[in-house]
Ligand binder design. Structure first.
Ligand code: SAH
Ligand code: SF4
Length: 385
């Protein structure tokens, strides 16, 4: 049997092209796109305003399929986490964080991560592979319609949007899986799909400088940069990628990005690690580092995991650190930790890889990946397209 085309893999223009191949006009692609992304319908037969002949054609050639749900847990604070099967014994995580005036979905872009930051359990599991477009956008598709279902709104009905914001802060480095990430972003912003504004979609990166520039041209959404250190020596130790793209280059890239960004600031994420990066002198060094970059700081209390050997800074230390930044004129927030009881907090997304025996193999893959691209590590997506 021929392989079915998963329509979740296609961006708006590709869907128009696909429909053209079937002899259909562009407006049919728009209708189809609305059925899929606005009504959560995957059964072509239920797409009642499409001609029967088109529905029949689609039924034999296409499908709308997101990754299978392995588990679905809701935390005592309302945070909901799905574990999704992406094949070959790999799982990724998607987390929904409800708040009074918005609902934020945190999505993954890779199975594992090659950057290998010292404080991140995703990095510690090694790199396995890039996610496809359907695996990335499929997280939003699945979550939006699962959340509606929980509220009693079934697919095919127009329901109130549950997800108002998306952050690419789950597993993986989105800028090292560039093309599929950008295609998924385009669907998030498209009026016939999710219609989110660029301000409500945030991409978080560990600092892949050339890709920050590329993103500014292709799809400038709100940018968050994982800083975590106030000088290169410390950052080299925490985020190996810093050796390739040091802080001076990263700061320049942030300034360039802001000319295209939907917000007039970059959000710097800073994970508070006890005795490592949380001293008063670090805060003062940060003020100097970012003095030419319009920015906001988000201090993240470290979420410990056993292998890290690192500890979370005390709350009083985090507050003092924040006060120094605030006194220096920088808007600073401290992130509330959510979903800790279901391991859904930042950096705890390890994918609960089903087969623990393959960790060695994945770690080796991570090392090979870094070796292979050597000085070009960080340009990987350009090479692989
Ligand atoms: N790879 C991207 C996006 C995913 S990580 C990046 O690094 O930005 C999302 C955020 O969680 C990043 O700011 C990351 O530094 C932070 N993070 C990772 N591990 C963490 C941990 N154990 N505790 C708190 N934050 C963590
Ligand atoms: Fe990868 Fe981000 Fe984790 Fe670093 S913090 S290992 S870049 S997912």
């Amino acid at each position: 049997m021929a392989v079915l085309t998963n329509l979740l893999d296609l961006d708006p223009d590709q869907l128009i092209a696909y429909c053209a191949e079937l002899g259909e006009k562009p407006f049919r692609a728009k209708q189809l796109q609305r059925w899929i992304h606005q009504f959560g319908v995957s059964d072509f037969e239920a797409m009642t305003d499409l001609a029967k002949s088109l529905r029949d054609k689609l039924a034999t050639r296409a499908c709308v399929r997101s990754s299978a749900i392995i588990s679905d847990h809701t935390s005592s604070d309302g945070t909901r986490k799905w574990l999704l099967d992406v094949g070959q014994n790999n799982a990724i995580e998607t987390v929904f964080i409800p708040e009074e005036s918005r609902g934020t979905l945190c999505i993954s872009t890779q199975a594992g991560c090659a950057v290998n930051c010292r404080f991140c359990s995703t990095g510690k599991q090694g790199f396995n592979r890039n996610l496809t477009v359907s695996e990335i956008i499929g997280q939003l598709w699945m979550a939006e319609f699962e959340l509606r279902k929980t509220k009693g709104i079934n697919s095919g009905h127009k329901g109130e949007r549950q997800i108002t914001n998306v952050v690419m802060m789950g597993m993986g480095e989105p800028l090292l899986n560039f093309e599929p990430t950008v295609t998924a972003l385009k669907l998030m912003l498209d009026d016939n799909a999710y219609g989110l504004s660029r301000r409500r979609v945030t991409l978080s990166t560990s600092g892949v400088v050339p890709m920050i520039d590329k993103l500014s041209h292709k799809c400038p959404v709100a940018l968050a940069v994982s800083l975590h250190a106030s000088n290169d020596a410390l950052r080299n130790d925490l985020i190996p990628l810093n050796k390739k793209y040091p802080l001076s280059e990263l700061m320049e890239a942030c300034k360039r990005y802001l000319q295209f960004a939907p917000r007039d600031f970059v959000t710097f994420e800073y994970c508070m690690l006890d005795g490592v990066n949380d001293g008063d002198h670090h805060a003062r060094e940060l003020l100097n580092l970012v003095r030419e970059v319009p920015c906001k700081f988000n201090l993240i209390p470290f979420n410990p995991f056993p292998e890290s050997g690192l500890k979370r800074s005390a709350n009083s230390r985090i507050r003092t650190f924040a006060e120094i930044l605030l006194a220096g004129g920088i808007v600073t927030t401290i992130r509330k930790t959510r979903g800790e009881d279901i391991d859904a907090a930042c950096g705890q997304l390890a994918g609960e890889v089903q087969d623990r025996t393959r960790v060695q193999e994945r770690m080796q893959k991570q090392t090979e990946y870094q070796k292979k691209f050597g000085p070009d590590f960080g340009r990987i997506v350009e090479i692989t397209g």
